[in-house]
Design a protein around this ligand. Structure first.
Ligand code: THU
Length: 165
């Protein structure tokens, strides 16, 4: 038996103003679409803004349903739109923001596990990393240069195709 250690390196920005200009713009779009989320049950609003390699920006927010499991997160709403409409265009960057209508959300809010798995699929499909920034309503912003940092031991199609990494 031997032990392996898995490490992730993330960057933390103290405030919005510290972000690079292009990310400030993308995050601003994420916040605007976040505030249009349909989240009457959780009152937890999430926005996703994706910058594609052709310059296109794809936006999504969470869409809830009276039958709770039928709802969908912001990240998957956006990434599936990108996959459907721009199947051959890589996704370069993703800005995620969240806000509660019940309290002030000050902690950077990462994508849920199911969304990480969905994002992983597109990273492996396009063979190019997706840079991810996420924040709460205000406060610190976390950056990951790839989805892999957020989902070590990612299950991807290599297990289905050849069994080799
Ligand atoms: N939600 C997202 O949109 N993205 C996430 O990564 C976490 C959770 C949504 C789903 C649901 O509408 C609400 O936030 C509360 O979980």
């Amino acid at each position: 038996m031997k032990e392996i250690e898995i490490t992730s390196v993330l960057q933390v920005y103290d405030s919005f103003n510290e972000l690079p200009d292009d990310i400030q713009q993308l995050m601003q779009q994420s916040k605007l679409i976040r505030d249009k989320a349909y989240a009457p049950y959780s009152e937890f609003l999430v926005g996703a803004a994706l910058l594609l390699k052709n310059g296109e920006v794809v936006l999504g927010n969470n869409q809830e349903n009276a039958c709770y499991p039928s709802g969908l997160c912001a990240e998957r709403t956006a990434i599936y739109y990108a996959g459907a409409n721009f199947p051959d265009v890589p996704i370069l960057k993703m800005a995620l923001s969240a806000k509660s209508l019940k309290y002030q959300l000050l902690i950077p809010t990462p994508p849920c596990g199911a969304c990480r798995q969905a994002i992983a699929e597109y990273e492996s499909k396009q063979k190019e990393s997706i840079e991810i920034y996420f924040m709460g309503e205000t406060g610190k912003i976390v950056r990951s240069n790839s989805l892999v940092n957020l989902l070590p031991l990612t299950f991807d199609n290599s297990y289905l195709v050849s069994g080799l990494k």
